[in-house]
Structure formats: C-alpha cells, structure tokens
Design a protein around this ligand. Structure first.
Ligand SMILES: [Zn+2]
Length: 359
C-alpha cells in the first residue's frame, strides 16, 4: 500500500546524492517553490504541505533551517560539512512505510516551527536550539520498522546489545554519533570539547526521550521533541491522513511477522483488530493530549495551536463522526449538569491505553 503512497522514494540514494550536490545553491529550489523571504513563517507553520517535496528538496529545506536559526556562523559550520552530514542522515534512514526520511523531516519541521512560535531564540542558548533541531533530524536513524516490543520479544541484535533498554532509541543515537565521528560530516567539528560534550549529552537525552513507553525526566527540550514526534494529528487532514496509512502499514507488517514467528502480537498493530479511528482515539487521549497540554501550560501562546490541533483530529470520516457525537453528548450533559465540562479530555469511546505508537 505504502509504495503507492506519497512517501514513495524515487530513484536510488546515489541519484539523490547527485541531485543534492547539483542543487548546492538554494536558489533553484527556493525560486521553483516560490519561497518568500518570510519562509521562516511558512516553513515553520503547522499547515506546511509536506508531501509535495522530493527528498533532495527536503535536504535543502533542512539546510535552510540551520541557516535561519543562525547556526552556520554561530557554530562555524561549513556548508559542505552540513550538506555531507544531511546526506549521511538521508542515507541512514530506511525505506520503510513510516519511520523514513520524510518522518525525520516532518518532526524536524515541527521542532523548527515550535522554536519560532514560542520565540525560543530569546529564551534559550543557541546551543540548546542546535541540540533540539539536530536531535529531531537524528531521532529515528536506521529505524527498522519494528518497535521495541518486537526487538525485545524477538531478541534481536539491538535488544541484546542494549539489554532491552530502549534498543531502538539507543541505536538511533549511536548511528547519529557514528556519522558525527567522521570529520567530513561532523557539523560540530569546530566547537570546543566542552561544547561538544554538552551537545552530545543533550542529543542523547532528547533522542532517548522519544521512547514514550519510558518515563524520562521531563524538560522543555524533551517535551518539545516528543510533541514534534507525534504531531501529525496537529497537521491539516491532507497531510495527517496519509501518515496514518503509512503508520498502520508499518504496524501491520510488524504484527504479520509477529504472527509468523509465534511472538506476542501487539494489539494496536493487529490488522484484524485495528481500525483507523480505534487506532487514534486512545492514542490522542492518552499520549498526544497530555503532552500538548503540558506544552501549552509552558507556553500559553500555544493554546491556539493545541486546540487547532485537537479540532483537526478528524483523521477520517468515522472519527469525525465520533467527535461530533461526543461534542453533542458533551453539550447535552453540560446542559443537564449546568456546569462546566472540559470536552477536550473526552477523547473517545476507546478507553484502552495504547503504548507508544511512534518512536
Ligand atoms: Zn519519530
């Protein structure tokens, strides 16, 4: 299914490499896609239309983000090293339905948007912003399409290596620093030892925090990366819905393999049990909303974003119907009770708490 979807990657990775290098200047793409000088607002918007961009263009957009946030002069990053770094990142994302290079971009774009929206540049050190953006870029490197539960149950190489402790996230992190170990792709090569140490610690914390099944220390940086990682539902329906198809495809692939190998089947991944609305209601209620609310408490200016996002959780018609029915019921009971009721916390009839859907 996903091969026909919008995440189709055209050509081999070497072809992309060629077109990436040909496009050394941003001008061609910027001109073609009519990016205005206020592209920080456009590129940072939750309304950003993700699916129209080819992978080579996405690499340019990522460079634009590093440039816009002034990382290039501040950290003395050479443009060719940034390009090489981004190409290695691209190369190390697998061609799988969901956790692919486009997901990496999607999460990074949301992080970039949140940085602007919350005016983080006036509140945090540039080095922390660099940590957050780079963590988003690296957060799912070499994802295999099978989650931690599978890794542990199937006793994969990753589970053995990391003793069942966030095997995937530990691996994403290790791959990121493998790329950064190489001088030609080390965007931090001109920083001091202390700065590098701080960045490494920060990136490790942020990437490990994307394992939603573990309770990590909550900091602004970890909240922001977790929100970015699961923010598809806060996007317009035409962007969000294809992502849900991709995610379910990856889930179904996993549960098929689990059945074949006689492993415990993760319930929310079972194609015989899961429907689009049922997959979303519990996730939105127990994972997405609490995180969005936590973030909106820190940044009241995001209230609009949060509510907009929630209202846009109409990822398919049947869920829309459920939401409408809930709103009507909520209105009725509000009338009956004559008091206040927070309809946002009433996420749906499916009250089963799901595990992490996206890591
Ligand atoms: Zn992710």
């Amino acid at each position: 299914m996903w091969e026909q979807g919008p995440s189709k990657q055209k050509g081999g990775k070497n072809n992309i490499f060629c077109s990436f290098w040909i496009s050394k200047t941003f001008t061609f793409f910027l001109f073609n896609k009519r990016i205005s000088h206020s592209h920080d607002r456009w590129l940072g918007s939750s309304l950003f239309q993700l699916w129209q961009w080819e992978d080579a263009e996405i690499m340019v957009l990522l460079q634009v983000m590093y440039t816009d946030l002034d990382f290039i002069p501040t950290f003395n990053i050479e443009p060719e090293v940034l390009q090489q770094f981004l190409f290695e990142i691209y190369r190390r994302y697998n061609n799988i339905p969901f956790h692919n290079f486009k997901h990496c971009f999607c999460v990074t774009q949301m992080m970039y948007g949140l940085i602007w929206l919350t005016d983080l540049r006036s509140k945090m050190d540039s080095i922390d912003l660099l940590i957050m953006l780079t963590s988003a870029v690296c957060h799912d490197l070499d994802h295999t399409g099978y989650n931690n539960a599978y890794q542990i149950n199937a006793r994969t190489e990753l589970a053995l290596r990391y003793n069942d402790i966030s095997p995937l996230e530990n691996h994403h992190c290790a791959v990121a620093f493998e790329i950064l170990e190489r001088t030609e792709s080390n965007i931090f090569r001109n920083l001091s030892m202390d700065q590098y140490k701080r960045i490494r610690e920060g990136i490790i914390k942020c990437i490990l925090a994307t394992d939603m099944s573990r309770h990590n220390e909550s900091t602004l940086m970890t909240i922001l990366i977790k929100v970015s990682d699961i923010s598809n539902e806060a996007r317009p329906m035409e962007v969000a819905e294809p992502w849900l198809d991709c995610l379910l495809q990856e889930f179904f692939n996993q549960s098929d393999v689990e059945k074949l190998e006689g492993l415990p089947v993760t319930p929310f991944m079972d194609r015989d049990k899961v429907t689009k609305p049922s997959s979303q209601t519990g996730f939105i209620r127990f994972v997405l909303l609490p995180l969005f609310i936590e973030l909106a408490n820190l940044f009241p200016c995001l209230e609009v974003f949060k509510l907009k996002g929630w209202r846009k959780c109409t990822v398919c018609p049947s869920l829309k119907q459920q939401n409408r029915a809930q709103s009507e019921n909520a209105a009725k009971s509000k009338e009956a009770a004559g008091g206040r009721q927070d309809s946002q916390t009433d996420a749906g009839p499916d009250t089963s708490k799901p595990e992490s859907q996206s890591t």
